[in-house]
Design a protein around this ligand. Structure first.
Ligand code: ZN
Length: 268
């Protein structure tokens, strides 16, 4: 029997002390590496979805634009039987599919902590495969985030945000004027949960808490970014995994080159 060496442990990040606000756990699993298998760097996010039902069959609920000075109460209704559970399953599985296994980080030659040994000698330098494990949990105190979800009445526009969703947020819409490029709110919002800000101007400025129109991109390429108004994945979206990689290995974020395709372990 071999021994399993959890040399990298588990990284637990909490909100306020972070530069970019992503709250999650991560682990780096290197005990399955070989000449063709990279190490897995997994970000874990657990969400408690709080089901919002009106007291009666219908009611109202404030959306993102709701303030004391400018109330924005929208008509909502009770979730239909099984509808909420179906929504939560759809949301978590499709957002995980969007972000999971899309990025690879190339281990720099200066780092030997991910070497695969053959006959006791370093033979291959393995890279990091970036994974996301996104699940709904049934208790708020077991979750990284609590997100309230309303069932807006059909045909009502309910403006959601990172902690308040409606049943419409797993449907696509179009937000780039004159373009057919689609946008899915839940891909974008889970990007925020991982720790990404808006695309900003300049393509990858990662601007947080900036909701001015320019934060969603100015050029077509910027607007097509999932952290703008589209659904394109870009290399800069791997930043949270690069930060985890730095925490585990000491190799700085900038030295983890990002790829959006598989990169094989390299001979040492
Ligand atoms: Zn946003």
């Amino acid at each position: 029997m071999g021994t399993v060496d959890f040399k990298f442990g588990t990284l637990i990040r909490t909100g306020p002390k972070l530069t970019y606000g992503g709250k999650w756990d991560a682990d780096l699993v290197d005990w399955r590496i070989d000449q063709s298998t990279n190490a897995y760097l997994t970000i874990f996010i657990r969400i408690f979805f709080a089901k919002i039902d009106p007291a009666g069959p219908t009611g109202t609920y404030g959306d993102n634009d709701d303030t004391a000075a400018h109330p924005s109460k929208k008509p909502i209704q009770k979730w239909k039987h099984g509808e909420f559970e179906h929504y939560v399953r759809n949301l978590t599985s499709s957002a995980q599919r969007f972000w999971d296994g899309q990025f690879w980080l190339k281990t720099p030659k200066t780092y030997d902590g991910l070497n695969y040994l053959a006959h006791g000698r370093p033979a291959y330098r393995c890279n990091l495969y970036c994974k996301l494990d996104l699940k709904a949990v049934s208790r708020a105190d077991h979750a990284h985030y609590t997100i309230a979800v309303v069932r807006a009445q059909d045909g009502v526009f309910f403006r959601s945000n990172a902690v308040l969703y409606s049943q419409n947020d797993i449907k696509s819409d179009q937000r780039i004027p004159g373009s057919t490029v689609k946008f899915w709110t839940h891909f974008h919002e889970v990007g925020h949960l991982i720790g990404l800000g808006h695309v900003g101007t300049g393509g990858r400025t990662n601007v947080h808490n900036d909701n001015r129109p320019a934060a969603y991109g100015v050029t077509a390429a910027e607007m097509q970014d999932v952290m703008g108004r589209g659904h394109a994945r870009r290399d800069w979206h791997a930043t949270p995994w690069q930060q985890a990689a730095e925490a585990f290995t000491g190799v700085r974020v900038a030295n983890w080159k990002v790829f959006q395709h598989h990169i094989a372990p390299e001979r040492v």
